[in-house]
Design a protein around this ligand. Structure first.
Ligand SMILES: Cc1cc2nc3c(=O)[nH]c(=O)nc-3n(C[C@H](O)[C@H](O)[C@H](O)COP(=O)(O)OP(=O)(O)OC[C@H]3O[C@@H](n4cnc5c(N)ncnc54)[C@H](O)[C@@H]3O)c2cc1C
Length: 356
């Protein structure tokens, strides 16, 4: 069996982002790389969105970018601007195609379906396959979205809706998320923050149909694409070893209060590329500990007080949207952190702090 300098275990978002980052910065010129990925074909399966707070390699895969967004709770709506940090959506189909076309040109990069097909003993392994134990008490962000095309122009494509809490909460936290790509095309997603074993809230198709037809009042439309997923709002149990570096979800790149992971993966790829020559002895890259601490309290409040969350999210966006965006994107300073903390209901957060 063949030996490789580097192995990327899992050719999804993190694995391919890292391979691309290494390739375009010529870090693979004298090295061999094996990418292990079981899927038989790459096609669009996810819509990655984020506030563009740092540069990234995938501007040409951006499907749409917005400078305005809204948030709704029952009978109230807030309109916010994000022109300093536009909200971008990446089409995963374009992302996979761009990266695979580039990687296939390098003869030192090989693709395998199974790790047992190669020798792993002398390689540095970048692992993106998360170990998720089946703890029924843990919180997940789970969702289902459809891209619809309407017969008549309906959407204002200049503004997206980040969260619409004006919907059935069923003792959990539930909102709809709408990304209008064109006047007659949008992704409409039903999103839940809850334990994953609650089957009573997984009638996603009915929820989406009701929302489109009764809330948005669209009767004439076709479904063009569908995606479904679940993001763990806890850290997988993958352990760092000397020659094994965890990346992506497995590497703790998800911001637990929001599920945002894509830009953290890009920052991590850059960090690995900058330190690749001594990566086994380089400090592990992680999301700043202050966010881990604050997110833990936030999720503890969410678990105990789901009915309070629509108002808490709504209130968070009082004042400067830029401050909240920086906070949610791990780029806020201490003053900005405090301005967010001060908007939270004091007593339930203090209780959560002492009862963790
Ligand atoms: C539908 C969906 C939408 C999302 N939207 C957003 C978003 O808008 N913004 C955001 O920031 N984050 C989003 N996320 C979260 C996160 O960005 C994605 O989950 C992202 O794909 C994580 O990258 P990853 O490489 O860790 O995992 P993946 O992209 O899932 O890659 C893991 C890879 O490992 C492969 N694999 C699995 N088992 C094995 C095995 N045994 N051996 C080898 N390979 C294996 C899989 O086939 C997969 O290709 C979304 C997640 C989902 C599921």
């Amino acid at each position: 069996m063949k030996d490789f300098d580097y192995i990327i275990f899992g050719g999804g978002c993190a694995g391919l982002s890292l391979a691309y980052e290494l390739e375009i910065h010529k870090k693979l010129e004298n090295k061999t790389l094996a990418i292990i990925e079981p899927r038989s074909e790459y096609k669009r399966d996810k819509t990655w969105s984020f506030w563009k707070i740092i540069p990234h390699n995938f501007e040409d895969c951006v499907k749409k970018s917005w400078e305005n967004f809204s948030i709704n709770i029952l009978s109230q709506s807030k309109h916010l601007e994000c022109n300093s940090f536009p909200y971008q959506t990446i089409d995963s189909g374009l992302f996979y195609e761009k990266i695979n076309n580039k990687l296939k040109k390098n003869k030192k990069i090989s693709f395998f379906k199974n790790i047992n097909d190669i020798n792993v003993n002398s390689s540095i392994i970048f692992n993106s396959v998360p170990e998720l134990n089946d703890d029924k008490n843990k919180l997940w962000q789970h969702f289902c979205g459809v891209e619809i095309e309407t017969k008549n122009n309906f959407f204002d494509e200049s503004i997206f809706n980040l969260m619409d809490f004006d919907c059935d909460q069923r003792d959990s936290v539930h909102f709809f998320y709408t990304l209008p790509f064109e006047k007659n095309k949008a992704l409409v997603e039903t999103t839940w923050l809850s334990k994953i074993n609650n089957e009573s809230i997984k009638d996603y198709d009915i929820q989406i149909k009701n929302y489109i037809e009764n809330q948005l009042n669209i009767k004439n439309y076709k479904i063009k694409y569908k995606e479904q997923g679940a993001i763990p709002l806890f850290y997988p149990s993958n352990i760092k070893e000397k020659n094994k570096i965890n990346i992506g979800t497995a590497g703790g790149m998800t911001r637990l209060s929001t599920g945002y992971t894509f830009l953290n993966i890009q920052e991590h790829s850059k960090y690995i590329r900058e330190n690749i020559d001594n990566i086994a002895n380089t400090k592990t890259f992680e999301i700043n500990k202050k966010y881990k601490f604050l997110d833990k309290i936030f999720l503890s409040v969410l678990k105990k007080n789901p009915e309070k969350m629509p108002n808490i999210f709504f209130k968070m966006f009082d004042g400067s949207a830029n401050t909240v965006i920086k906070f949610l994107s791990n780029k806020s300073n201490i003053i900005e952190d405090f301005s967010i903390i001060l908007k939270m209901p004091k007593w339930i957060f203090i209780k959560a702090l002492f009862k963790k």
